[in-house]
Design a protein around this ligand. Structure first.
Ligand code: DX5
Ligand code: ZN
Length: 213
């Protein structure tokens, strides 16, 4: 697993010119576009919904990596799938029947991911790892961009990598220093909001993250 993919999070983009922002990170070498969906219930903030995913879909051919930080994710898989998602990731803490959600995501021909918050043990994924295409390990408490990387999540990534050969994504506080730590621990997809969209030069910011390992 040596290719490192970079997924800029549009949460930190300028929404007034979202299409241009997405195209700019695509040109700068992004591999995926990360979309942070928050409902004001599972997390305190409210961000975006399927309509924005639909708009993003028209702006790029890159895969749309949709991160659902919402309660009752099973109710919304249809909407996000039809809006043009390529990967849909739900939080293991917010659902009772993860196998049913994974099956639903896959019924649309999409990749299914499950995410764990910084304090959730990887044991929470027991029984579903084999069904998943990706695990997203949060390195901040979900809810806001611009927080500091929680280093205590690194041993979880390391332990997960020993037993899981598919994609491991990290999300939260990723910059050119913390990207190294995440890659060394075994992550291969890095989400980055502030460190990409807050930079003057998106290409340099993305390149700096990718060579972290
Ligand atoms: C946090 C979101 C992240 C966040 C990343 O709840 O899932 O994707 O926007 O932002 P930065 O890179 O600024 O920590
Ligand atoms: Zn995210």
């Amino acid at each position: 697993m040596n290719k490192i993919s970079i997924a800029p999070s549009i949460l930190s983009a300028d929404f007034g010119i979202l299409k241009e922002e997405i195209r700019a990170v695509e040109t700068a070498g992004a591999d995926l576009i990360h979309v942070d969906v928050m409902d004001g219930h599972f997390v305190p903030s409210i961000t975006i919904g399927p309509l924005v995913v639909k708009g993003a879909r028209k702006a790029t051919k890159l895969p749309l990596d949709v991160h659902l930080m919402i309660s009752e994710p099973e109710k919304y898989i249809d909407d996000f799938a039809k809006a043009g998602s390529d990967i849909i990731t739900f939080h293991i803490e917010s659902c009772n029947d993860p196998k049913a959600i994974i099956a639903k995501i896959k019924s649309f021909g999409l990749k299914a991911g499950a995410s764990i918050k910084p304090r959730t043990d990887i044991k929470a994924l027991d029984g579903i790892l084999g069904d998943l295409d990706m695990v997203l390990v949060m390195t901040v408490e979900p809810g806001f961009a611009g927080q500091s990387f929680i280093k205590e999540a690194l041993p979880k990534i390391r332990n997960l990598r020993k037993i899981y050969k598919k994609d491991i994504e990290v999300d939260g506080g990723i910059n050119k220093d913390t990207s190294k730590l995440a890659i060394e621990a075994g992550a291969n997809i890095l989400v980055a909001g502030t460190s990409v969209f807050g930079a003057d030069d998106y290409k340099k910011a993305i390149d700096d993250l990718r060579i972290g390992g």
